[in-house]
Write a protein that binds this ligand. Structure first.
Ligand code: GRF
Length: 236
């Protein structure tokens, strides 16, 4: 796919940026056939690890001095010709003016099986503590289209993560994060390539047919097993 045909992606991040790193590594591995290029990394914390990762890959960065400034954020995205926005550990609320302008073109990754364990204040260890406190036997990762409420937009893709009896919030978080690193890049690629999209009916249209997805991979399944199952599910 030519550079001109690839979706130009802006990533918003507040933290270490491991999801950004996974996305960059995935796109590099896809090579010339990739459907997207990350052209901008923006965030509310200038010293965040995500900015360092961007600088290492010579990707433009922008510090959002006022994360509530929707006009300023849109101006940045327009200046870089951004087609698709990815929230990867971005902890601020995206101004409604931006969410509306990028309806169907803004994704977020969340460390639970939404709509469970999502919403305002549900981020990081709080999510995993709530999952364990509820006695849930399965958690997971979700990539969803962003609308004007936290963690509520239509779901682009999900993958389950079994909860183990001796899990702590930290041990569950680590397993979920590994699945995020497999799920987010494939969901971004599928949206960028038009295989997953939000229809005029507001519902997600996708090749991802839950009946086909081998959710019942054994606990011994490796990252490669999950990656192959996701590639098949999203028709990569
Ligand atoms: C991930 O757990 C993601 O689900 C949540 O924030 C975390 C981002 O981690 N939205 P990182 O900064 O990408 O390492």
């Amino acid at each position: 796919m030519s550079a001109a045909a690839r979706a130009r992606v802006a990533v918003l991040a507040s933290g270490g940026g491991s999801n950004l790193g996974a996305l960059l590594a995935f796109l590099a591995e896809r090579g010339a056939g990739r459907a997207a290029d990350v052209v901008l990394v923006a965030g509310d914390r200038a010293g965040a690890g995500a900015f360092e990762r961007a600088a290492t890959c010579r990707i433009a960065t922008h510090h959002l001095a006022d994360p509530a400034d929707g006009a300023g954020m849109r101006a940045q995205f327009e200046a870089y010709g951004v087609d698709l926005v990815v929230l990867a550990g971005y902890l601020k609320h995206v101004p409604d003016a931006v969410t509306r302008a990028y309806a169907g073109r803004m994704l977020n990754v969340h460390p639970s099986l939404l709509p469970a364990f999502g919403g305002p204040g549900m981020y990081g260890a709080r999510v995993h503590r709530a999952v364990l406190a509820a006695g849930a036997c399965v958690s997971g990762a979700t990539v969803h289209f962003v609308d004007d409420a936290y963690d509520r937009g239509p779901i682009a893709a999900q993958w389950p993560v079994p909860v183990r009896a001796n899990d702590t919030p930290e041990s569950l978080a680590a397993r979920v994060l590994r699945v995020e690193h497999l799920l987010l890049p494939r969901a971004v690629e599928a949206v960028a390539a038009g295989r997953v999209r939000v229809g005029a009916d507001g519902r997600v249209h996708s090749p991802y047919e839950p009946a086909d997805v081998p959710f019942t991979l054994p606990p011994s399944a490796t990252d490669d097993d999950v990656a192959s199952a996701l590639d098949a599910a999203l028709r990569a």
